[in-house]
Write a protein that binds this ligand. Structure first.
Ligand code: HEM
Length: 412
């Protein structure tokens, strides 16, 4: 607890209130409003608690282990009471403290940049295979034809699942992801069925890899398991679930957001096509300028005093990655325009992968996927232009991106 004389209870502060209507605005408008608010307020009230808008405060809160991940509260908030579901071991995203440290230490090596780099040739093949059928016509629905199918083969290749199982993975991923829909309580049967099928599949894979190890994620995770007290089979299954939940919709939507930005900035698209080695910078810039994940949630695991404000135990805060990314301190010249040649500012990188202990485990893989896809698309689809209108997911979606993105291009 802080000094009682200078500490104010967060709920007694006189703060601007942002309502649900802000999240319902078109994305660029809501970002603009947050940015305007952020010039005078690092914190504002929202429906469930407080939104955090300043880059440094977003980072500080995400790095403070007393704030626990709000995903752990999702089943409870959705009214799910089934003890079988509530008592499962937490996924890495919902785990905290020693439990999280142990899980993260065990799996970190399997998600190293080296392992992600090994998949780059495969990623290039997948992108090219997706472009081939639409190349002749010069017309494409970027969201449906390119972004949607892109991550599944890569996750399968990462895990070591063969091509004939891509379809099943695609369906499991879609159903398991319904947990974030807001209507999850009604869809628990579908979600549970997909989780069970996936579990059976992964258990079979684990058995197969125990007798026939390969260079894939399942084998790496088993190896971690066998060095002492290590991942149990149930934890392995939960981890694979986390990889599917964390690694499919994120990547496909981030690719869609990035391509929409390029369609609006043809000069930058041309530049990337001509200079593919700009890809790493281009990916950071796309994720800063238009991140697929606009924010995350934390709750106070105990009474927390931060900046002389008391946040009572249980208080929810929502660090806005979107507002943090639009902080002028995140770009080399303090401007916000889209420029893929920007030098990243040391220590103030884009925030779309989060920060602190839950920093995206798949960041190296996601970066590799985007760095490989974008320059190939820029080369094979020069003069990419929106053909009609892009339809977007509801702006309230946790992971945001285009549902339909009709486009034309002159095939190269
Ligand atoms: C562009 C694509 C991606 C974006 C924007 C993204 C974003 C994020 C963010 C913001 C978090 C932290 C959430 C929080 O603090 O509440 C996170 C965590 C995580 N991500 Fe990603 N992610 C992406 C791709 C991936 C991929 C490809 C994988 C797996 C292969 C993955 C697996 C995970 C996992 C397992 C966590 C939880 C880590 C932990 O709690 O320690 N993500 N991601």
């Amino acid at each position: 607890m802080g000094d009682a004389d200078t500490t104010t209870n967060a709920f007694d502060l006189d703060l601007p209130v942002i309502g649900p209507e802000l999240r319902e605005l078109p994305r660029s408008e809501s970002t603009e409003q947050l940015r305007t608010l952020a010039t005078d307020h690092w914190i504002v009230r929202n429906q469930l608690g407080f939104a955090i808008l300043d880059y440094d405060d977003v980072t500080a809160i995400l790095r403070d282990k007393r704030w626990h991940n709000a995903v752990a509260k999702i089943p409870e908030m959705m009214g799910i009471t089934d003890p079988e579901i509530l008592n499962r071991p937490p996924s890495i995203l919902a785990a905290e403290g020693d439990v999280h440290t142990r899980l993260r230490r065990l799996v970190a090596k399997a998600f190293s940049p080296r392992n992600a780099d090994a998949l780059r040739p495969f990623m290039r093949d997948v992108v090219n295979e997706l472009i081939d059928p639409v190349a002749a016509a010069g017309r494409v629905d970027i969201a449906v034809d390119i972004c949607e199918p892109y991550p599944i083969p890569i996750i399968c290749e990462l895990l070591g699942a063969p091509r004939e199982d891509w379809q099943s993975f695609s369906r499991w991923a879609e159903d398991v992801l319904r947990i974030f829909n807001g209507t999850a309580a009604d869809e628990m049967e579908v979600i549970g069925k997909a989780q069970l099928e996936l579990k059976e599949y992964v258990i079979d894979m684990i058995e197969a890899r125990r007798s026939d190890p390969r260079d894939d994620l399942i084998t790496h995770l088993i190896a971690a398991e066998e060095e002492g007290d290590r991942l149990s089979t149930e934890e392995l299954v939960t981890m694979v679930n986390a990889v599917i939940v964390g690694g499919t919709d994120t990547t496909r939507n981030q690719l869609g957001c990035a391509l929409s930005v390029f369609a609006a900035h043809p000069d930058q698209w041309r530049l990337l096509g001509e200079q593919p080695d700009l890809a790493p910078k281009a990916v950071e810039e796309c994720m800063r300028y238009f991140g697929a994940i606009r924010g995350t949630g934390r709750f106070a695991s105990e009474d927390i005093v931060y900046r002389d404000i008391l946040f009572p135990a249980g208080t929810f805060v929502f660090p806005s990655l979107d507002a943090a990314n639009s902080d002028s301190g995140v770009t080399d010249d303090g401007t916000r325009h889209f420029d893929i040649t920007r030098e990243p500012v040391k220590g103030r990188g884009q925030m779309t992968f989060g920060s602190g202990i839950h920093y995206c485990l798949g960041a190296s893989l996601a970066r590799a996927e985007l760095q490989e896809a974008l320059p190939i698309l820029a080369r094979r689809m020069p003069d990419l232009a929106v053909d009609g209108t892009i339809t977007w997911k509801p702006t309230t979606s946790a992971i945001f991106g285009p549902d339909h993105f009709p486009a034309t291009f002159t095939p190269a």
